[in-house]
Design a protein around this ligand. Sequence first.
Ligand code: HEM
Length: 488
Amino acid sequence: LWGRGPRGLPPGPWGLPVVGYLPWLDRLRPHETLTALSRRFGPIFTVPMGGVRAVVLAEEALVRTALAREACSGRAPLYLTHGLMQGHGLICAEGPMWREQRRMVAGALKNLGAVKSAGPRRDRLQARISKGVSALLESLTGREDVEDGVDPHGHLTEAVGNVVNDVVFGRTWAPDDPTWLWLQRIQDEGTKLIGVAGAINFLPFLRLLPQNGRVIHWLKEGQRSQHALYADLVAEARAALAPQGPPRQDDDDGVQGVQDGDNLLGAWLLEATRRPDSPFYTDRQLHFLLADLFGAALDTTVTTLRWLMLFVATHPEAQQRAHRELDEVLQGRAPTLDDLASLPFVAATIMETQRIRSVTPLGIPHGVREDTVLEGYVIPKGTMLIPLQWAIHMDPSRWGDPQEFRPERFLGEDGAVLRPDGFIPFQTGKRMCVGDEWARMMLFMFSAGLLQRLHLSLPDGEEADLEGVCGITLTPKDQRIRCAARNP
Ligand code: HEM
């Protein structure tokens, strides 16, 4: 019977046999149910979720302590991680496979220019991002229907997507390319279908119900055909890598040379040739890894930018201040990463967006690999740890008025950007987002470009839903936004 479990676990609500607390978890807003529980039980509490025991960490110091530990560096025993991904890729890998692939990806991202310090490498990545920003601005402006507005979702996916494709696969696709449209759709529906808190993750028997069976079939089928596409891309990249292979080609035909590790796929293939005996460099693993990188980079970045556009469109004072700052500092020229320090309000607007609508409100859960003690409680091996970002980013004792969109809360008295401890959109510790630097670069370049060149507002008489819906990520609902061109 599911109760509080063995002695020594943190307190928490009782649950029903088999399903535990799942029936009380708001399916669309699980982060709010859990945040309410944290007010009742404190910053560390246990929630029985079907066959998985979850311990929720609702305070930043606790999250930092736990996620810094080797014992907490696993992934939770969910259907999503262990059933569908089978420990492959990077997001769901554990142990030696995770360590090796993480080392490889982190190194490759640095080589590609995802670094804080200015230099030729970073310039090169910046140029690749700038292409996406220009494409986005072009597609959002120059339209006939400015008054009616346009839902930026598809436009953002297209523009950010091609930056991600370029860096991950070393190629881009034309907007109407059927393969690219299919890849976008499968990604979008997949993240909607599998919620972190979805019961399917915790209750094996639910997978047998017809409606769930269809979802699982769809996911597996999607995964299979996605991997088949990756197999083609890998073959293409391998051919380009071969010593006597064709000389480096240009962007024009969509294929770039990988000889210099110009993209993550190329970097992985190079590393694989250096480690022919390694069990971690198999094609199967590569397909999972590519899916992880594509998915983790695209969905999070696009969702953050969608929230930013929505909050800016509904907060005219913040928008005005951003416009003023951009006009004064840039005098009409396009922003670059070197301008980041001179554009504190723009930086603060991005941070405030990431705070007020955590893209991953339940964080990305970890799994406990060995029994470990936290705050005097024994957390057994196999427990799922939920670093509840939502509770931390919306904590009234830390932020005062967490429900208000106020970018200036991230600015000090001297006007410089503050980096409060309680701001953890990329999580912390050993598994902290490996793409954080690249993500920050994209968020800044896209946000600064959008804010400089557009005036955003809602179509007349419309009210936006600022709450969103929660799958793996918390995303806004469809919403048209007027994007009027401005000439700073
Ligand atoms: C706004 C953008 C992004 C946000 C908010 C975000 C957030 C996160 C979070 C919360 C985690 C979980 C960390 C943990 O388990 O402790 C994570 C992991 C990860 N992210 Fe990101 N991310 C973003 C962009 C990116 C990008 C651009 C990439 C591209 C490389 C990326 C790749 C990954 C990968 C591979 C992991 C798994 C790391 C591991 O398990 O070792 N993310 N991200």
